[in-house]
Design a protein around this ligand. Structure first.
Ligand SMILES: Cc1cc2nc3c(=O)[nH]c(=O)nc-3n(C[C@H](O)[C@H](O)[C@H](O)COP(=O)(O)OP(=O)(O)OC[C@H]3O[C@@H](n4cnc5c(N)ncnc54)[C@H](O)[C@@H]3O)c2cc1C
Length: 571
């Protein structure tokens, strides 16, 4: 549903911002508690962000193929997180994941099943056994999104408003009381009174030139949270997906679709000289299997390219030529035809792959109730830091979105219906409304170009390999872009004014970029998704989280201890 005609003010118990898996799970959980929910998204409800793009697998200890339990999943998650997982949050994901996945099964998501009726579970790198469920063929995310959407659609407690871009959170007496937004359709400014809020705006990878993201993944939620006084954490840890499609040209397919191919069929990763190389960088011997974790595989591929052993387009070869066509068809049916439409015959040629910005381990700092340090403000999904430490295991993100969404939605509803609910005061929203309604004269500044410049800076200087010198240059460039962008959006509100939207997007992206660069500069070691060429290897003196908050004069960095053991008994 789009915004009711002429509405400029809405009111609800719980406002959920973002309608991916986390937002929809939060909305459903909040409504189960009896709250009125407003589910807002800057794009189509339940059809935007990362969830619907995910084509691969969901990690969960169901034990359908091999005996399994959540503790084994938890142990793998903690190990992959390179010492920085918050054990309480990781435990929530692993312990509550099975119930979330069974719930989707009961709602007919269509998890792939074997002839014996058991769910199929495949083994992904970093997991000690087959643990990942999926929906054939490459339909996991679309099926999850559709299933949640169907539940949201038939729930009369949930009001859905698409095309509504939230630009600021509003507070009363130190707790959130609502938000300000603009309608993408006509530029109209809108205020929303809400007694509690769940931020579920997803990740940040749009700030990189080569990314697997959609246009609405530029870190709006991180910037909203920062401006509201929330701490961000682990911002330096960006996950690069090692085998993003590079060449030949591939139209209409997910650039990270080679992952499920590797789960099911193994495949061979080769350098430009057609030689296996992963064993030079990791103890795990691939031998046609898929076992090396994402951070190590990214490192290995980029090092081969740097040493002059890359492929023509600058990556590695991924080959399935040794696998008979019947097996390829059995595993991927119609996908083989879609590849043929792109001129790719896997029986005759390898494809070229290279790392691509894919997921962000850092984000909003929350407690075990998924609440931030600002009253009545909860967060869920990829936006939240902690569960994955410095490196995420494949398949953990959708489980995380579902589990955290449920907990945050429930907590927000209970708060909204309690005595602790905050009251909306229109005056508190006036500055944020003025910004959305601001009318500016002609300017030479082009936010669209500035976004492209920022993406280049992040890719070239703040990518998988970082140095002090590069990070310092990146910080200067971000400061220049910030100065140039000014403090008001260009022009005036009009329908689908993309120049104005780009300005608001740039505002978020610059905040996120600065937080990533500053924490990357400060962390003088290499760990998981943060690799410093000038400080190779992990250094135990850095076994803590870095936090970022917004002070009067800009970002303030802090440190927080790691909860390496789950301290709370979760009920
Ligand atoms: C191509 C791709 C493939 C992936 N494959 C897998 C996989 O196989 N398995 C796995 O576990 N994980 C996978 N991931 C990661 C996983 O999909 C995400 O981490 C997860 O879906 C995030 O869910 P979310 O609900 O937190 O955010 P999202 O699904 O990204 O939803 C965020 C929503 O917030 C909205 N929003 C943002 N800003 C605003 C604003 N200012 N106002 C209003 N709305 C806003 C967006 O429009 C969007 O709809 C993949 C990611 C990508 C990009």
């Amino acid at each position: 549903m789009s915004l009711p005609k002429a509405a400029t003010h809405l009111a609800t118990d719980v406002l959920v911002i973002g309608s991916g898996a986390a937002g929809m799970a939060a909305a459903l959980a909040a409504s189960r508690e009896g709250a009125r929910v407003l589910l807002a998204d800057r794009s189509l409800i339940g059809r935007s962000g990362a969830t619907i793009m995910a084509q691969m697998t969901v990690a969960v200890a169901l034990g359908e193929e091999t005996p399994d339990d959540w503790e084994a999943h938890f142990a793998d998650t903690m190990k992959a997180g390179r010492g920085l997982c918050d054990a309480n949050l990781a435990r929530l994901v692993c312990e509550r994941g099975p119930a979330a996945i069974r719930q989707l099964d009961a709602w007919n998501v269509g998890w792939a099943r074997g002839a014996d009726g058991h769910l199929r579970q495949t083994q992904a790198p970093g997991h000690d056994r087959p643990r990942c469920v999926y929906v054939d063929f490459l339909s996991t995310g679309p099926a999850v999104a559709k299933t949640l959407r169907a539940q949201v659609l038939k729930n009369s407690q949930i009001v859905r408003v698409g095309d509504l871009c939230i630009t600021d959170l509003i507070q009363t007496d130190g707790a959130v009381s609502g938000a300000v937004a603009f309608s993408m359709a006509d530029g109209r400014a809108v205020s929303i009174a809400a007694a509690a809020i769940v931020l579920a705006t997803g990740g940040v990878t749009r700030i990189y030139r080569r990314n697997s993201a959609s246009a609405n993944m530029g870190g709006d939620g991180h910037a909203l949270a920062l401006r509201a006084g929330v701490e961000l954490m682990d911002m330096e840890f960006v996950q690069f997906f090692p085998i993003g499609h590079l060449a030949p040209r591939l139209v209409g397919m997910d650039p990270i679709m080679w992952d499920p191919f590797r789960y099911k069929l193994g495949g061979q990763l080769l350098n430009g000289e057609m030689k296996e190389f992963m064993s030079h960088y990791d103890d795990a011997q691939e031998n046609g299997r898929y076992v090396v974790t994402r951070d190590k595989a990214t490192y290995a591929i980029l090092k081969e390219v740097e040493a002059g052993r890359g492929t023509p387009a600058g990556g590695a070869y991924l080959s399935f030529q040794h696998i008979p066509e019947e097996k390829l068809r059995e595993a991927f049916g119609p996908v083989i035809d879609r590849l043929a439409d792109n001129g790719i015959d896997l029986t005759k040629m390898p494809v070229e792959v290279a790392p691509i910005a894919h997921y962000h381990m850092g984000g909003v700092r929350v407690d075990e109730a998924l609440e931030t340090r600002v009253g009545n403000l909860f967060a869920a999904g990829e936006l939240v830091a902690g569960a994955n430490g410095a490196n995420r295991l494949s398949g953990n993100a959708i489980t995380e979105a579902l589990v955290f969404g449920e907990i945050a939605g429930q907590g927000a509803a209970q708060r909204a219906l309690s005595e602790a609910r905050t009251v909306w005061h229109p005056a508190a929203a006036s500055a944020a409304l003025e910004l959305v309604e601001a009318v500016s004269g002609e300017t030479d500044f082009n936010a669209t170009h500035a976004i492209a410049d920022l993406q280049d800076v992040m890719a070239d200087l703040v990518g998988p390999f970082r140095t002090r010198q590069g990070l310092e240059v990146a910080l200067e460039k971000v400061a220049e872009l910030k100065d140039a962008s000014g403090d008001q959006p260009p022009g005036h509100s009009k329908p689908y004014n993309s120049a104005r939207l780009d300005w608001f997007d740039l505002r978020s992206m610059l905040s996120v970029a600065e937080a990533i660069i500053r924490t990357a500069l400060s962390r003088e070691e290499s760990r998981g998704g943060h690799q410093r060429e000038d400080f190779p290897g992990m250094d135990e003196r850095w076994a803590f989280h870095q936090t970022v908050a917004l002070g009067h004069d800009g970002l303030i960095l802090g440190r927080a201890p790691v909860h390496a053991e789950a301290l709370v008994e979760i009920v």
